[in-house]
Design a protein around this ligand. Structure first.
Ligand code: EPU
Length: 427
């Protein structure tokens, strides 16, 4: 596997069978940062084996931790004295490294983290992270591409987030657990990954109430203990399979996920004509006929996840009728639409809306992944196309889907990975 691989999927597939998802990337990355809050050996299980986790492991190593990856476990040994700097060479490869800001500030009283900048899905600000930490007593400045924060001792504060930002909620939580006094985070994010990190922090000895609601109350404690923690299942990978099953008129059972995390997404699949059956830790999607058009609006949890937008656009592209898809989280999320058009999808965007007129069949073509979810969405759309679809810049998919091709193969798809021809070495 190289950074310049392509994958080719044969269209006309009908997905059938069982697939399991492992832990959520977007939880595991933050749980690794949370481990920094306690000296000693924390163990995370159900961690996906993907590039982003390896990069986060490197971030922690450079801070002085010993990190081992063994099957689905990540073992993190945190020293008494931690480093306080996260460099641009790692942060630019993994935007989520910014989540060390809160825990390092709480543990060390000082931190320098490279500013991650925007990325392919949008501008992605940090103002809520910074403003929240300032309210807790931090002195924060930006210099030479770094965010520099100092706070000999953070104190509790009342913080109203302008928007329920996942990253800001996590950073503020991780800072608040060791601050002096009570912190209230209002309009907090409610994603299952937030609940997961609250569980881990609570097991470490933190005092948090309101996990999963929009008001988190944290009473700071003097120190925390290392723990063993199982990462919550990946609802975005699970949702990807739900849409893929619906689009290919298939029959897929997804294991390892609480279907309650995907209520709206599964409801959209059902409205499109799918039969959805749920159990405690799995769900099954069957689709007998051509899907019907459904409108989708992305919103923070429990709304429809922005990370499933490319899959919703894919479903709309092959549905009967027209769908209106609205993106409310990232200003660049529609970047991949041009690639969808290369597959014959009929899509017109206007600002944060896309009107998708369903076509009977897409047409296989070479396309380029621009981010993790766009890459997966394009591959799934390729399953509904005539002929072969080649997805380039597959390293994006590898960042979020630990076993993408083998899962596709297990569900009956003809798929292959190959090194890209030399003229594709252009990213
Ligand atoms: N925002 C600000 N200021 C801030 C923080 C956020 O303007 O201080 C804006 C962002 O620019 C964005 C919106 O608020 O437009 C939402 O950002 P949020 O902080 O909620 O997202 P994030 O923490 O940067 C995480 C996931 C994303 C996922 C979003 C929304 C990780 C590592 N990333 O990003 O996942 O789309 O939440 O659910 O957890 C992916 O996995 O492919 C991915 C992009």
């Amino acid at each position: 596997m190289t950074d310049v691989d392509v994958i080719r999927v044969m269209g006309g597939a009908r997905l059938a069978g069982d697939v399991s998802v492992v832990g959520a990337k977007n939880s595991a990355l933050k749980l690794m940062a949370a481990a920094l809050l306690a000296t000693g050996r924390s163990v995370l299980t159900n961690v996906p084996r993907i590039t982003d986790i390896a990069i986060m492991a490197e971030v922690l190593r450079r801070l002085g931790c010993e990190v081992e990856q063994d099957e689905d476990r990540v073992i993190i040994d945190v020293p008494e004295r931690l480093g306080t700097e996260a460099d641009y060479d790692l942060v630019r490869r993994l935007r989520a490294s910014i989540c060390v800001l809160g825990p390092l500030l709480a543990r060390c009283g000082h931190v320098r983290v490279a500013h991650p900048g925007g990325d392919a899905i949008g501008s992605r600000g940090l103002d809520m992270h910074v403003e929240g930490l300032r309210r807790m007593g931090a002195d924060i400045s930006g210099e030479h591409g770094f965010v520099i924060a100092t706070a000999p001792k953070l104190h509790g504060a009342t913080i109203w987030l302008d928007f329920p930002s996942v990253g800001a909620t996590e950073n503020l939580l991780m800072a608040a657990v060791l601050a002096n006094g009570r912190t209230e985070i209002d309009n907090a994010a409610r994603e299952p990954e937030i609940v997961d990190i609250c569980r881990m922090l609570t097991d470490m000895g933190a005092e948090i109430s309101g996990a999963g609601s929009s008001r988190l109350v944290v009473d700071g404690v003097a120190s925390l203990n290392p723990v063993e923690h199982r990462t919550v299942g990946d609802r975005i990978v699970a949702g990807t399979w739900a849409f893929a099953a619906a689009m290919t008129r298939g029959d897929v059972t997804v294991h390892g996920i609480d279907p309650g995390f995907l209520e709206i997404a599964l409801d959209k699949v059902a409205t499109a004509g799918g039969q959805v059956d749920t159990a405690a830790d799995s769900f099954r999607v069957r689709m007998a006929d051509r899907p019907r058009a459904v409108d989708v609006v992305t919103l923070p949890f429990p709304g429809f996840a922005t990370d499933l937008l490319p899959m919703a656009v894919g479903l709309a592209s092959v549905s009967e009728g027209s769908s209106l898809v609205t993106e409310n989280i990232f200003d660049g999320r529609f970047m991949f639409i041009n690639e969808m058009s290369r597959l014959g999808a009929d899509i017109r965007t206007d600002g944060h809306h896309a009107v998708v007129r369903g076509v009977e069949r897409l047409s296989g073509a070479p396309v380029t992944a621009t981010d993790i979810r766009a890459g997966a969405g394009l591959a799934i759309a390729g399953l509904c196309a005539d002929g072969v679809t080649e997805i380039r810049h597959v390293h994006h998919i590898d960042r979020g889907y630990p076993s993408f091709e083998s899962d596709l193969r297990g569900l009956g798809v003809e798929v292959e990975r190959a090194a890209a021809p030399p003229d594709q070495f252009d990213f």
